[in-house]
Design a protein around this ligand. Structure first.
Ligand code: ZN
Length: 426
């Protein structure tokens, strides 16, 4: 064996588990394995999880915060205007540099697979070229999946569809869209039809920015589910954001959810961004704007949480920490029940892995030896503490280490070290 992890706690609660790794794969999982290895890590009862996965990101814009200026108002509209100012100034070198910098953060946070949208409305396709290069460069450490995203509208921008097809031809993996941004509801529906047919023809997955609005009558998700089942794209299509569902009529949603389930359409909510950008035209009461996560889950629909933005024209915060994303999602959706909190952890690990179609993901024998040892005893504590990633392992090799979170206390009569973990006696 190359590496042996002793005394792990798994996300399902199994304790005292050893994980044996050979040739970049998991060889065995079980209590007290009689194995020997070149290197051994004592997890000491800490949580060992498959890596975090981000189902929705914009790596072409990340870490551009402050270029050419900051978003003073913090609104979506100023963000879009800013991105428009920045686009003509982008260079391939700078795009690659920022993306690689973000990938460093991601790896250190145990985030080892990212689906990123890439804007194809710039005729030069600079960002596409840059991110294809980054994808190749980071492949040993991180799976990057690219979505051809027509930011200015597939039909609204005259070159968008041609550019999108060029991007796919260059090696971009997934077909994107933005139906609610087309000129009319009809054109939005038409864009969904065209994109789904193109994806079916090419044998590709689909992930659209869909209904990212507070307008309850923005119902492109219905059209997306319809074409998914018509074209037999089950399990290969995701609707990102779906914020209009927050504001929809309950009766209509009760018809919509079974249609999504029938089509095998997944939902990707982006809690940090949805809670800050939606409901901006409201006075009080103010809508939260995030899609109906518990109801989607109850209907048997896959729901993942995405990060969407980190330090870009739309969002000045973030660090590539999917536990921060899960933490926000849990609060916004009021998912404080025990099972619901576990579901929030699954929404940044297993579910997005399934949506991306990652192969050999998980902690079973035969899976890639990709995993994270967290400074936490279980998934709920991991979310509570945004726990340190003690070890990040990719293909059986340690690629990042962080110290456990501790403080040195100087208060008479109290212990000198503060440990933020909750370790019940016995
Ligand atoms: Zn997005």
């Amino acid at each position: 064996m190359d590496l042996l992890i002793r005394n792990a706690t798994l996300p399902d609660g199994a304790r005292g588990i050893d994980i044996a790794i050979a040739n970049g794969r998991i060889a065995a999982v079980g209590p007290a394995l009689p194995a020997q290895a070149a290197q051994e890590i004592d997890a000491g009862g800490d949580l060992v999880t498959p890596p975090f996965v981000d189902a929705h990101f914009h790596m072409d814009a990340t870490l551009s915060h402050g270029l050419p200026r900051v978003n003073r108002s913090g609104t979506l509209l100023e963000g879009i205007a800013l991105w428009g100012e920045l686009k003509p100034m982008l260079t391939q070198e700078a795009l690659v540099e920022r993306a690689l910098h973000y990938c460093d953060w991601a790896i250190a946070h145990g985030l080892l697979a990212i689906r990123t949208h890439v804007d194809v409305c710039d005729d030069r396709l600079l960002a596409v070229e840059a991110l294809l290069q980054v994808k190749k460069q980071v492949a040993p450490w991180l799976n990057l999946q690219l979505v051809a995203f027509p930011q200015d509208g597939l039909l609204r921008n005259p070159n968008a569809f041609a550019n999108l097809k060029r991007a796919i031809g260059m090696g971009v993996d997934v077909v994107g869209g933005i139906p609610h941004f087309e000129r009319t509801m009809t054109e939005g529906a038409e864009s969904v039809r065209l994109l789904c047919e193109f994806a079916a023809e090419q044998g590709l997955r689909v992930d659209m920015h869909c209904d990212e609005t507070d307008d309850p009558l923005s119902r492109h998700i219905e059209t997306l589910a319809y074409h998914t089942q018509r074209l037999g794209l089950h399990g290969r299509v995701a609707g990102s954001h779906l914020t209009s569902m927050h504001s929809m009529d309950n009766y209509y949603v009760s018809k919509l959810l079974p249609l999504m389930h029938e089509a095998g359409v997944a939902a990707i909510a982006n809690p940090l961004i949805n809670i800050t950008l939606q409901g901006r035209h409201d006075s009080y009461p103010k809508r939260r704007g995030m899609t109906r996560v518990p109801e989607l889950l109850a209907a048997g629909i896959d729901v993942a949480f995405g990060h969407d933005c980190v330090m870009d024209p739309w969002y000045s915060l973030g660090s590539g920490d999917m536990l921060e994303v899960a933490h926000m999602g849990l609060h916004v959706a009021q998912m404080t029940g025990q099972d619901a909190m576990h579901a929030c952890f699954t929404a940044v690990t297993e579910t997005p892995a399934r949506i991306l179609g990652l192969e050999s993901y998980g902690l079973k024998p035969g899976c890639h030896a990709d995993m994270v040892i967290l400074d936490a005893g279980n998934p709920i504590e991991a979310i509570r503490l945004r726990a340190a990633r003690r070890y990040v392992i990719r293909r059986g090799r340690i690629v990042s280490r962080s110290p456990a979170a501790q403080a040195t206390l100087d208060v008479p009569g109290r212990p000198g070290t503060v440990d933020f973990r909750h370790r019940p006696a016995g």
